[in-house]
Design a protein around this ligand. Structure first.
Ligand SMILES: Cc1cc2nc3c(=O)[nH]c(=O)nc-3n(C[C@H](O)[C@H](O)[C@H](O)COP(=O)(O)OP(=O)(O)OC[C@H]3O[C@@H](n4cnc5c(N)ncnc54)[C@H](O)[C@@H]3O)c2cc1C
Length: 417
């Protein structure tokens, strides 16, 4: 039998974050910096490895993330950028191409007027840096821990914890436990899932030649693929591969020997990046657009993949969520300063309103890109080719595409300028 919440004895928090992945920890760190007096608790279902470097943690795994310019600005303001940057490789140029067709466009940092178009970092390093910093803050952490029961209270929310059996209460519950959130479901918040019928295979690839900070986005009939520049390992150049494929082909590629996999990759990608020499651990992710039926309620916010999980082709999922995180931290801080209830529906709706356009535009961009290139009819192929060719000819269109990738298309989000 579950205990009922005894509100007099229960430990009281300003904010409890469920899910200590990239998004949950980023919010905890921004709040620790901006509202150090707040009592914040982070609950994470999986234990972290030593210094957060464990490879198989669901968020800090063997994937790599392309951080946009907007993410750089947010991490910079939080005093985290210099440490993160030492583990990144800057993207100086992006090549977008369409296999078997003539369309090709190039976007350069110089033309876009920025130092870099993005920064690629392995997720394990994001984990190591963020968790290292978290240990220096007053944020409390319980891992492994989950929420067994959520009880709406007159003011705030009561939580019964699964492992410890403890009951606690909080003014604001932030749900950041990933796509198809179990915690949101406990509150009747459902996720709408639209599968793409594709898997995203990721792996680190050893290259013969230096990559010179060039990222390649290539659209093939089976699905898009990206090769992103990574920092060298033991003096050897590397890149991070994201290769989308239908499930049957993905299963073949996952089962293939390293040599077979590299041959298939070289065949599909060509020699733009030179010869591919080595492949690291391969992991396949089923791809779907997942959106939560609600993002805010009185005393509750849904964030990160739990709110919206996108196709990785445009590398936007975490970057968008980090802009959500920065806006939420800002709105909560301003409400507190003005003496308003920071967990009221009004305050939380203000947050949602501020992020609405950014979320809608980014979702549309990430959803349309793979669909457009998935269609192999000659009319669409002609359209997409002339689109790419036109982009190459029209600097303003290209710079708009670049700005989108950098998280600067939504000026109202305020983190890109
Ligand atoms: C192949 C691939 C490549 C990508 N590349 C990019 C990119 O280049 N750029 C970009 O911006 N984005 C990219 N993304 C998207 C990015 O990975 C996600 O946006 C990001 O991981 C979302 O983080 P999150 O913390 O919301 O969710 P998650 O990373 O899923 O973390 C959720 C956390 O909650 C924990 N948890 C789960 N259930 C519970 C529970 N009941 N109680 C407590 N804790 C729980 C989990 O253990 C986990 O730690 C990519 C995604 C994929 C699949």
């Amino acid at each position: 039998m579950m205990k009922e919440i005894n509100t007099e004895r229960a430990e009281n928090y300003d904010l409890v974050i469920v899910g200590g992945g990239m998004v949950g920890i980023s919010l905890a760190l921004l709040l620790a910096q901006q509202q150090p007096e707040w009592k914040v608790l982070l609950l994470e279902a999986q234990a972290y490895g030593k210094s957060g470097k464990q490879q198989h943690h669901p968020s800090f795994d063997s994937r790599s993330t392309a951080l946009s310019w907007s993410s750089r600005k947010i991490f910079q303001a939080a005093g985290l950028w210099s440490e993160l940057e030492s583990h990144t490789s800057a993207i100086n140029n992006i090549h977008v191409s369409d296999r078997g067709h003539i369309g090709l466009t190039r976007i350069s940092a110089e033309e876009a007027g920025v130092e870099a178009l993005g920064y690629v970092i392995e997720n394990r390093w994001i984990g190591a840096v963020l968790l290292g910093r978290l240990a220096t803050t007053s944020v409390e952490m319980m891992a492994p821990e989950r929420v067994a029961k959520i009880t709406p209270l007159k003011s705030g929310v009561g939580l019964t914890l699964e492992n410890s059996g403890e009951t606690i209460q909080t003014s604001l519950l932030v749900i950041a436990d990933g796509a198809n959130s179990q915690t949101a479901q406990q509150l009747g918040i459902h996720s709408d899932q639209q599968p793409y019928g594709q898997q995203g295979i990721i792996a680190n690839i050893g290259l013969q030649d230096a990559h010179d900070g060039v990222a390649y986005e290539r659209f093939t009939d089976q699905g898009p693929m990206a090769m992103l520049p990574l920092p060298d390992f033991d003096g050897s150049p590397r890149c991070a591969l994201v290769w989308t494929q239908p499930p049957e082909r993905a299963a073949e590629l996952m089962a293939a020997s390293d040599e077979e996999f590299l041959n298939a990759l070289q065949e599909s990608f060509g020699y733009r990046m030179g010869t591919v020499q080595k492949v690291g651990e391969r992991v396949a992710y089923p791809l779907a657009l997942t959106t939560a039926s609600e993002q805010v309620r009185r005393n509750v916010v849904v964030l990160g993949n739990a709110a919206h999980s996108l196709h990785p082709v445009a590398g936007q999922g975490f970057n968008l969520s980090l802009r959500d995180v920065a806006t939420l931290a800002d709105v909560l801080g301003k409400a507190k300063l003005s003496g308003a209830d920071f967990s009221s529906l009004e305050t939380l709706e203000d947050y949602q309103q501020q992020q609405l356009a950014d979320q809608q535009n980014t979702l549309m961009f990430s959803d349309n890109l793979p669909k457009l290139f998935a269609q192999s009819s000659s009319v669409v192929a002609l359209g997409r080719n002339s689109g790419l060719v036109m982009m190459d000819l029209l600097p303003s269109l290209r710079s708009r595409f670049a700005k989108f990738g950098m998280g600067m298309a939504n000026k109202e989000a305020g983190h890109g300028s």
